[in-house]
Design a protein around this ligand. Structure first.
Ligand code: 3HC
Length: 303
């Protein structure tokens, strides 16, 4: 098959073990796709055992759904979950060949994680980040080996969305790029090589649309009207359902990064901030007959 644009001639690094840092929604989904398609052990960590347990139980649920759908036997499901283990101790990454972080979307946190990992992982291991919007170059800047760092950005839901954005920094070496392309193929994803630019390509475009919708929302357009009016565009999911799935705080963070890189064309919604401050995670509620509505308390927060 023809190689996609930008793939270096370097041989990809064989991956015998994968590390995932974090056990949140993206991290757990990543651990699962890596284990499923690479069939290698995947170690996952988070700062609290409770979070690790939550991630592992999410993975078990997803696997049992696949078993229920007849996509794999119960034995295969068990073998798959058996490949994934969790810990609060990052020393489990000592044997990993490829470690991807999906921790909180905050540059200082990501830099701290990479600095810790550098002390643990083997000299040959590749360090990847699933960041949506932060600078991969900056994340690697203070490391002893910035050349092994690469952006490897997936979309939610990971199991279904076909694309992965591979972001190289000016310092990224050939082997991590070749390995990322090879991994993407094994994961049955479509890789594209992007520059290390805020929110790469997809979120830069998607969030521009979302920011405009949120501006209309702050200006008084009803969420129901916005969702309905956009239906003819054939979006796979209503904008406000997408926000709930990605997570309103995550979306807001990405928009803030885009605003600081590209200025006013990215609008940071006051209404969404009010919802975040109040801990509201979705705009829509659903009644017993499956009809969507906005609760009075949510409505009040937005006025
Ligand atoms: N986890 C795992 N599998 C899921 C899933 C989830 N959360 N949601 C849906 N699926 C699976 C279903 O199980 C089903 O699988 P099957 O065919 O094996 O039974 C398949 O996806 C199709 O699902 P449905 O028939 O229920 O639903 P739809 O046809 O409506 O498709 C969708 C669901 C693929 C999620 C579609 O609505 C969609 O594409 N939505 C837009 C998603 C999107 O834009 N994501 C990008 C967000 S931005 C991002 O993630 C970047 C971040 O960094 C900020």
């Amino acid at each position: 098959a023809k190689k996609p644009a930008g793939v270096p001639e370097a041989a990809p690094k064989p991956i015998g073990q994968v590390g995932v840092v974090g056990a949140g929604l993206m991290a757990s989904q990543l651990a699962l796709v890596f284990a499923q398609h690479l069939q290698v052990p995947v170690v996952l960590t988070d700062i609290e055992q409770q979070r690790v347990d939550k991630g592992l139980s999410y993975i078990e649920q997803q696997v049992s759904k696949q078993v229920d759908k007849g996509r794999m036997t119960a034995e295969q499901g068990q073998a798959l979950t058996g490949l994934i283990s969790g810990s609060t101790d990052k020393s489990v990454y000592a044997e990993a060949d490829f470690v991807i972080e999906a921790v909180f979307e905050e540059i200082s946190v990501k830099k701290q994680v990479f600095a810790e990992l550098e002390e643990i992982i083997s000299p040959e291991a590749i360090l990847a980040t699933n960041t949506s919007s932060l600078s991969v170059t900056e994340m690697a800047a203070d490391l002893k080996h910035p050349e092994r760092v690469i952006g490897f950005h997936f979309f939610n839901p990971v199991a279904v969305m076909p694309l992965v954005e591979i972001a190289r920094t000016p310092q990224t070496a050939q082997t991590p790029i070749a390995t990322a392309f090879d991994l993407a193929a094994t994961l049955r994803k479509t890789p594209v090589l992007t520059k290390d630019s805020t929110a790469f390509v997809v979120n830069r475009v998607l969030l521009r649309m979302m920011a405009e919708i949120q501006k209309a929302f702050d200006d008084g357009t009803d969420a129901a009207v916005a969702d309905e009016a956009l239906k003819p565009l054939g979006l796979p999911m209503s904008p406000f359902d997408l926000l709930a799935m990605v997570g309103i705080p995550v979306a807001q963070h990405v928009t803030e990064s885009l605003r600081s890189s590209f200025g006013e064309r990215f609008y940071v919604s006051k209404n969404l901030q009010a919802l975040i401050d109040a801990g509201v995670t979705k705009i829509w509620s659903t009644d017993d007959s499956g009809n969507k509505y906005i609760s009075q308390s949510t409505q009040q927060l937005m006025e």
